[in-house]
Design a protein around this ligand. Structure first.
Ligand code: ADP
Ligand code: MG
Length: 618
């Protein structure tokens, strides 16, 4: 055991709605979870009236309606602001905001003037203390330094208040980083920068919307110092976010109810149900819910299309801000090189779709949008403690990337050691008749079978018109950009149906992992090759046998008996090999299998000729 040379610097996203802590080590950035596996900590603190913090996080959030005057949410809105300045925001808060020392905004707990006051710094410190404890438990080491993120528009007083909150929590805030800069850093932007780039960061959270235009300029080669992020413009709305979507759903759920008769508990139940429905609709096309209220039960079904109709104007408002930010930066949408999505609300498919339309390019979505700011703060922490050298920041693709095919083999699309950026396409088809959807599993590794590789993610290409097996033409494109972000898209040529997904192939991989996977591939090379060949032969032979049997049914009376014996003999031989290979892929001779398939191909030529001649003669 030797003491760590560089005490870790964690990254903290101190959010209006949720906060989280992350660390960046040789596995890259990752969020630190609590014992129950939760990463997000609701930024809510419940006090008792004498000013002692009672509960932080989920518990406090659950009690918010019950104790509206002593449960402090969204305190970030008050950080470093004077009472008069914060007055407009105070109207949105359930607790009382009064003037404290130096005219600053503070919270008065409870209803009476005798209630204690707490400063926004103290409330934030309670959240930071919780995150510090969580990080220490997860890392098994004491944590005393952090990079904390702040909105790009925060002024000096607001940044200083954030540092003070850290100090109260026993954390030295070694740097405050702009949230959009952190989001870009999480994607590796700036860390291996060779050319100047312009980035738009679109951040739609629970109660706020921010869009920032950043310019990144390359620093010294090999020096990951991040001083070259410049904020060109910011725009947004401090009262627009996921909460608005929840309210719209609450209105819908409570349409026929007497609102005056609803208790605070009812309101809380409606809001919780609304948020759940909204989140479910980011995945599903329709969701039904029953909510038990003091006056009875309400039930409702909402479809994705209905939600999108409700949210249309809400999304368009954010796009207006995007246009303003572009105008302020004196740029057009085409001049933006990358778009980064941040905030839980960017999981709403309509948001992704509209942002893509406005900027004319697919946005970065590979990382969790509610984690990306904390992850970037952790990257900044690693840069500052010198740890970033251990991170897998590569100019080449360390392990091959491919797609799982019928039978479980891997079709490699991009080979290992290809330079980034890299692009490649490959054609695929279906293995079963009338398949209307295809699951595409993206894998990484050098082994020949998908089960022996690392699955990076999967997606479904849906809505294909029913066609015989082997007929659909699915073009799959792999595109790894300069930051190592992989975009996989699939399009079926006949129907034009498309789908895609984005992942980061190096995420969670260490140098050692790469070396090990390479070694394993070498050890198993011969066996793997045999298996891949046999699995492909089985899939292709099955299709051939099926096509031939179907044709044969139609033209049998027009073929000579001697030829029929030859053809059926070749088919039977191949069928036998398929059966044996399926039972034991090791036991078949792949060369003999291949020859049997060729023999059937050759034998079937005459049948195809007769079949075509008959079709032509009507
Ligand atoms: P903040 O930056 O304000 O702290 P977050 O980035 O954590 O907020 O975003 C919180 C918001 O994201 C909430 O309104 C939550 O309902 C919303 N949200 C989280 N997941 C989803 C999802 N899958 N679909 C839609 N909205 C979501
Ligand atoms: Mg946020």
């Amino acid at each position: 055991m030797s003491p760590a040379a560089n005490p870790v610097i964690v990254g903290i996203d101190l959010g209006t709605t949720n906060s989280l802590v992350a660390v960046c080590d040789e596995r890259g950035p990752r969020v630190l979870k609590d014992a129950a596996g939760r990463g997000l900590l609701p930024s809510v603190v419940r006090y008792i009236e004498d000013g002692r913090a009672q509960e932080v996080g989920d518990g406090a959030r659950r009690h918010a309606r019950e104790f509206p005057r002593t449960t402090i949410a969204s305190v970030k809105r008050l950080m470093g602001r004077s009472a008069s300045d914060a007055a407009a925001d105070a109207g949105y808060l359930s607790y009382r905001v009064v003037e404290g020392p130096n005219r600053m905004a503070v919270v008065r707990l409870g209803e009476t003037e005798t209630g204690a006051t707490v400063s926004p710094q103290e409330v934030s410190a309670a959240i930071l203390r919780e995150l510090k404890a969580r990080a220490e438990a997860a890392l098994g080491a004491s944590v005393s330094r952090a990079v904390v993120t702040v909105p790009a528009y925060f002024d000096d007083a607001q940044r200083q208040a954030t540092r003070d909150a850290g100090r109260l929590a026993g954390l030295e805030v070694v740097r405050t980083v702009n949230e959009p800069t952190a989001a870009a850093l999480a994607y590796g932007v700036g860390l291996r920068q060779r050319t100047e780039e312009t980035i738009a960061v679109y951040d739609l959270g629970g109660g706020t919307f921010d869009v920032s235009i950043l310019r990144v300029t390359p620093g010294e080669p090999g020096d990951a110092s991040t001083d070259f992020f410049e904020v060109l413009s910011t725009a947004g709305d401090t009262h627009l976010g996921g909460d608005d979507a929840d309210h719209l759903i609450v209105e819908r759920l409570s349409a026929g109810l007497d609102r005056a008769a609803l208790t605070p508990g009812d309101a809380a139940a409606l809001k919780a149900a609304a948020e759940e429905m909204k989140i479910a609709l980011s995945e599903k096309d329709s969701v039904a819910r029953e909510v038990a209220l003091s006056t009875g039960t309400v039930s409702a079904r909402i479809t994705r299309a209905e939600l999108e109709a409700m949210l249309g104007p809400w999304v368009e408002k954010t796009l207006l801000s995007c246009r303003r930010a572009l105008r302020d930066a004196k740029l057009t949408a085409e001049q933006i090189d990358r778009v980064v999505l941040v905030g839980g609300s960017t999981r709403v498919p309509l948001v992704r779709q509209r942002v893509e339309e406005v900027f004319g390019k697919p946005p970065y979505t590979a990382l969790n949008p509610d984690e990306v700011v904390a992850l970037g703060a952790a990257v900044q922490g690693a840069v500052m403690s010198g740890d970033v050298r251990g991170m897998l920041l590569l100019d080449v693709i360390p392990l091959s990337l491919g797609i799982e095919t019928v039978g479980g083999a891997v079709a490699k699309v991009i080979m290992r050691n290809s330079n980034v950026p890299a692009r490649a396409t490959e054609m695929f088809s279906t293995g079963v008749d009338n398949q209307t959807g295809i699951k595409l599993n993206i894998v990484q590794g050098e082994r020949e079978m998908a089960a022996d590789c690392r699955s990076l993610g999967e997606f479904h290409l849906r809505g294909l018109p029913p066609m015989p097996a082997g007929i659909p033409q699915v073009e799959v494109e792999f595109l790894v950009d300069a930051n190592g972000v992989l975009n996989v898209s699939a399009v079926e040529r006949r129907s034009g149906q498309r789908a895609g997904v984005q992942v980061i192939p190096s995420h969670g991989l260490t140098r050692d992992d790469v070396d090990r996977m390479e070694r394993e591939a070498l050890t198993h090379a011969k066996e793997d090759m045999q298996r891949h060949r046999v699995v492909d032969l089985i899939a292709n032979s099955r299709l051939d046998l099926k096509w031939i049997a179907e044709r044969l049914d139609k033209v049998r009376p027009h073929l000579e008996p001697a030829y029929m014996v030859e053809l059926e003999g070749a088919a039977a031989a191949l069928r036998d090999l398929v059966t044996r290979a399926e039972a034991d892929w090791r036991g078949v001779d792949a060369n003999a299998f291949h020859r049997a398939k060729e023999a059937l191909d050759k034998a079937s030529v005459r049948m195809h000729e007769v079949s075509i001649a008959r079709t032509l003669s009507g």
